[in-house]
Design a protein around this ligand. Structure first.
Ligand code: GDP
Ligand code: IMO
Ligand code: MG
Length: 418
């Protein structure tokens, strides 16, 4: 681990390379102990980051998965959209487990608020699209798109409104907020929204920073190490993803730096996280998608059900062109290939390596048909599993430094060099 940490340097971003749920939370949890500050930059409670510690499962939506490490500063950056009741619930869950968080939680006043009516608009928009074209985007219905719509239209409410008083909230919620909602046949429940704001104000007022970029600057000046927890993933990025079947934020390394207000040149490393196969929730192209029994087998072995919505994830094979695309955009220094153990029973593993006349060209690699579960040393992997990892390295030109072999915190191979 020491060599890896030295190579990563003081500011490291962990970014998903596929369509999300690659296992970002797990590697963040493993690395967090070695950093001082854990920061989420963009997105909201559409994220679901699962970690398993001592056989106990924890799912994070807004707080970074690194929050379990007591004493670390936790930052929610300006690029985020925050649903207040969800955040309070997550804080409560940690407090119930005896983990204090509020005293070390720093929230950007420029992060936007997701209101209950945003969630209703999200559902209404999905319904409209389904009626018009037979299917929606397949969103998480967490109000993400509508909150970012308000942000882009420069009428959204930011966390800084927690410094205001109830009368100000009421006026705004009854005014243009209500007009926007009405255009989607959604009624704003002003009393309920005000109650959410009041509860958040009581709990979180002390967490609001004066300025998130200034705070991060101070951390850097103090030589603190910053770990950036990416949310969603590159193929869901609003600019570089499979538009329009994407989320509404910038999910890349550059997007994370923008969301935090960290100067790009301060980033010292970026880890690309990719499953050893591939999954997607929601609609949109998935060229290497498997079907029938194969897809079911991957889903069951991988436990591929959404951490946020419980939806079954679509399952399929690794796509090298997609990994290269993600690496091009993010400049990955190394890979964390996760869930290698899920492939343990496969006889042969197809990998998408290119396209010809609109069809995926597969290269089929032999499976290892033996257990890699919980292995922590690369040398102990079956020969064919080593070959699979080396194939990814050769094809992408990027070393695989971390390999996931199970859900648990300990179940990770860390390689000094590839
Ligand atoms: P995230 O959104 O990228 O943080 O990923 P999710 O938490 O949504 O989904 C990843 C799932 O895979 C979680 O249930 C993890 O516990 C699990 N997981 C992560 N790494 C591994 C691994 O190496 N092997 C296995 N079997 N499960 C893993
Ligand atoms: P983590 O951080 C997987 C997908 C949704 C949908 C599309 C748009 O856990 O990897 P949205 O609610 O954002 O408007 O939905 O994006 N999506 C995710 N899929 N993991 C995520 O986050 C996701 N966040 C959004 O399923 O297809
Ligand atoms: Mg997830």
């Amino acid at each position: 681990m020491e060599k890896l940490l030295t190579d990563l340097g003081p500011v490291c971003a962990v970014i998903g390379a596929q369509w999300g749920d690659e296992g970002k939370g797990k590697v963040i949890d493993i690395l967090a102990g070695h950093f001082d500050v854990i920061a989420r930059a963009c997105g909201g409670a559409n994220a679901g980051h699962t970690i398993v510690v001592n056989a106990k499962k924890h799912v994070f939506h807004l707080l970074p998965a690194g929050s379990l490490h007591e004493g670390k500063s936790v930052v929610l950056g300006s690029g985020m959209v925050i649903h207040l009741p969800t955040l309070l619930e997550e804080i409560q869950t940690l407090e119930d487990a005896g983990i204090a968080i509020v005293d070390r939680l720093l929230i950007s006043p420029a992060a936007h608020i997701v209101f209950a009516f945003h969630k209703q608009i999200d559902a209404a928009m999905e319904l409209r699209l389904t009626k018009q074209q037979g299917k929606g985007i397949g969103t998480t219905k967490r109000g993400i798109g509508p909150a970012y719509m308000d942000k882009a239209a420069r009428r959204g409410w930011r966390m800084e409104v927690l410094r205001l008083r109830e009368a100000d909230w009421r006026a705004g919620l009854q005014g243009h907020m209500a007009d926007v909602a009405q255009s989607y046949d959604v009624t704003v429940n002003v009393d309920a929204e005000v109650e959410d704001l009041r509860r958040a104000q009581t709990k979180l007022k002390g967490c609001l920073m004066v300025s998130a970029p200034d705070m991060l600057r101070i951390f850097l000046d103090e030589r603190k190490k910053i770990l950036i927890e990416g949310a969603q993933a590159t193929l869901l990025d609003i600019d570089h993803g499979t538009y329009p079947y994407v989320t509404s934020s910038s999910t890349t390394a550059a997007g994370a730096l923008q969301g935090l207000g960290l100067p790009p040149k301060t980033l010292t490393s970026c880890i690309g996280v990719a499953k050893a196969y591939c999954t997607r929730v929601g609609e949109g192209d998935f060229l290497t998608e498997a079907s029938g029994k194969t897809a079911e087998r991957l889903r069951e072995r991988g436990g591929e059900y959404g951490a946020t919505t419980g939806r079954p994830r679509r399952c399929g094979w690794l796509s090298i062109p997609d990994l290269k695309h993600a690496a091009t955009i993010n400049g990955f220094d190394c890979w964390n290939i996760t869930k290698l153990d899920v492939l343990d029973e496969e006889r042969a593993i197809p990998v998408g390596v290119g396209m010809e006349k609109g069809k995926v060209i597969y290269e089929e690699l032999p499976g290892w048909e033996s257990s890699t579960s919980a292995l922590t040393a690369f040398e102990d992997l079956p020969e064919q599993a080593k070959k699979y990892i080396r194939f990814i390295e050769e094809q992408t030109g990027i070393p695989v430094r971390l390999i996931g072999t199970g859900q648990g915190r300990e179940e990770m191979i860390v390689r000094q060099n590839s």
